[in-house]
Design a protein around this ligand. Structure first.
Ligand code: FAD
Length: 261
């Protein structure tokens, strides 16, 4: 099975700060890590290779320092990596990001499966995986909590839903977005980490992946951040305590009063 895993470098902080002028994340002075969901994606790729054979390529789109996450992927055991990096990718929204990544997948060639995390802990949109699937015309399987099997051009997975789990059989090629807990990501050995630290990381530019300049970076981003602000703190309000029936009654009275206004 020919697998591509998309991994993203994210700030290692809960205190995400935004540059008020550019409306982009302040990354200076903030340590970076691999997006935690992407460690599950990498581990799942490695387990599928162990079960069905094949090759795994990890790709990331980002500035030169994003090579760090590719070194983590190499230390975990992927076969190949590529950094998609070019000024033309700067300022990408999720549409332009998924376009560039899908072009990267095309460059890898003959891919059966793309695995992404459910979401990135900074952008948090969960749009990139589905975006890649749409661009490539691959089957889209989101919130995957288990891969049961893959044979004869199909894959069987379990998806995590709000009220339960869903078992789905789908045609390959496919894009999976995986949830936390699908596996326990392996810890690479010191030796493998040292080897990965010295590895040469291939860099793919927009031209290398045959990207249309109108679809990358800011040019290819129909959405932009207009303003970022913290919502006003709510003040006042009333707290009702008591038996559930009593509170439900009071709540319905209040709703009826509001509707009557
Ligand atoms: P999600 O969709 O939540 O990520 C899901 C999965 O997709 C991840 O687990 C990972 O597997 C994969 N993935 C996501 N991003 C990457 C990546 N780069 N490489 C490899 N795999 C990846 N950022 C800027 O720097 N400048 C901007 O001007 C800018 N403008 C934006 C405007 C808008 C309206 C929005 C919504 C976002 C903007 N961003 C900008 C952020 C940028 O779009 C996101 O960093 C990027 O598109 C990924 O989206 P996400 O973080 O929501 O990923």
């Amino acid at each position: 099975m020919n697998i591509v895993v998309c991994i993203k470098q994210v700030p290692d902080t809960m205190d995400v700060r935004i540059d008020p002028k550019t409306n982009t994340l302040v990354r200076d002075g903030v340590p970076s890590i691999i997006n935690p969901f992407d460690e599950f994606a990498l581990e799942e790729g490695l387990r599928l290779r162990e079960r069905f054979g094949g090759k795994i390529t990890a790709i990331t789109m980002g500035p030169p320092q994003a090579t760090e996450v590719l070194r983590t992927a190499l230390a975990m055991g992927v076969d190949a990596v590529a950094l998609l990096s070019d000024r033309a990718f700067a300022g990408a929204d999720t549409l332009a990001t998924s376009y560039a990544l899908s072009q990267g997948v095309k460059k890898v060639g003959d891919v059966d499966l793309v695995i992404t995390g459910k979401q990135a802990i900074d952008g948090d949109t969960a749009q990139v995986g589905p975006g890649i699937a749409a661009r490539l015309g691959f089957t889209q399987l989101t919130y995957v909590s288990k891969v049961e099997g893959a044979e004869n051009g199909t894959i069987t997975v379990e998806r995590l839903l709000d009220g339960g789990r869903e078992r789905v059989e789908a045609r390959l090629p496919a894009v999976l977005t995986v949830v936390k807990g699908i596996n326990v990501p392996r810890q690479p050995s010191i030796l493998k980490m040292k080897k990965a630290r010295n590895a040469e990381i291939p860099v793919w530019t927009a031209a290398d992946i045959g990207a249309d300049p109108a679809k990358t970076g800011q040019n290819g981003s129909p959405t932009w951040v207009d303003r970022i602000f913290s919502p006003d703190q709510k003040s006042g309000g009333e707290v009702y305590r008591g038996e559930p029936d009593e509170m439900a009654g009071r709540l319905s009275e209040l709703l009826l009063e509001m509707m009557a206004k």
